[in-house]
Design a protein around this ligand. Sequence first.
Ligand code: C2O
Ligand code: CU
Length: 474
Amino acid sequence: MFKTQFLNRRQFLVSGAAFAASMQTGAAGTAAPAAPPITLRAAAGQAALRPAPFGMTPVWQYNGSVPGAEIRVRQGERLRIEAQNQLPADTTIHWHGIRTPNAMDGVAGLTQAPIKSEDKFLYEFDALDAGTFWYHPHHNSAEQVARGLYGPLIVEEHDPIRVDREVTWMLDDWRLTEDGAIAGGFGAMHDAAHGGRMGNTVTINGRMAQQFAVKPAERIRLRLINAANARIFGLDFGALSPVVIALDGQPVTPHTPDSGVVVIGPAMRVDLVLDMTGPAGAVMPVTDVFYNRMEYKLVDLVHDATPLRNTVPDWSMELAPNPLSEPDLAKATRHEVIFNGGMMGQGMMGGGMMSMMNQMRQGNMWFINGVAAKGPVKEPFLTLAQGTSHILSMENRTDWPHPIHFHGHSFRVIARNGQATRYQEWQDTVMMAPDEKVDIAFVADNPGDWMFHCHILEHQAAGMMGVIRVAPQA
Ligand code: C2O
Ligand code: CU
């Protein structure tokens, strides 16, 4: 039943390996035969972001749609993806949150040369972790993601939790002109110095959503992915009680979020179990309440007249953990990572104000440990020995929130403002509120040079990035 639902999805891509593996059960440890690669073709096209009578929007997209094709594989399978570049620009593809070998990470100028127009590149890696991931370019990301280049990558558990339906919602926030074109000015200074490129049109799976049909007493696993350059979502499900079961693909103790609002910063993912407790015919709005006085209705959940069953099910919501290395906190080395910069940031008032002012005149707005990175960064600000445990004590000395992403690893968020977190959650992108201190811990177990950056893409472009090197043990 579960499989059939997947096959009915509007956009569905799965490797031959996934199919082969699903045919041979109990073959743990035997590698599936090499399958022909999946193709992701990046090209200019059109998308119906807005409902009629509005026209189409010229976009850049993968395989002719926004979002690009949903890639689905089973945990442990090997992905082979041929990226074809038919854009009028260089590009790459990064597999956000997937622990790939370094050479497959898709970072232009660090892990590979950009893929030229009319050229292609074969990505190949194992899906080690089950969960909700996504892909996007890592070359001029502030422009290329804003133009529509992104798609979901779902790695299915061997033993998924039971639900009636699985749904992926890829959220985006577009800045459109009145005639529905994507506004230019990518990476504009004003956006970069403030909260990033905020848009005016929010879409779910590439469409301004109006209604989403559900059945009373239905259980849905909702995979939320924030593909926006800058917008943070704070989803209020009203009388429904969403239960968070995974963050950034990694299982977490099932819990209802504090204050009931599901917060998703750029690049982050949240998996929810959503029981439709509304009565037959009920129309229940989902509202985005993140920014003060800027609330808007994202979509209406419209309950069918016929309930699926009498009461909501009580099936387990616990996902099996992924094979992540557990950091040894007693032996971990602690590193301070200070973020400053931006308008009205304390960094402007600090000792380095004069030099920072000069830097900002050159478009360097944001600093990690005093350095604003330019272009493709290559020199690491931290070098960690492979296999050792580390704690990054991060401090946001700015007046803006920042979703901080580390490539090639997942980390535990162990403390906020010196207080241990309740769930010690694994993430690959962590939101830091203004003036907040966040401690993350991980084992540096994936060798190579890895990006560490703010995922507000205008902040990244204006300096808020660096490289952490994991050096192989001699
Ligand atoms: Cu979503 Cu550095 O990437
Ligand atoms: Cu930022």
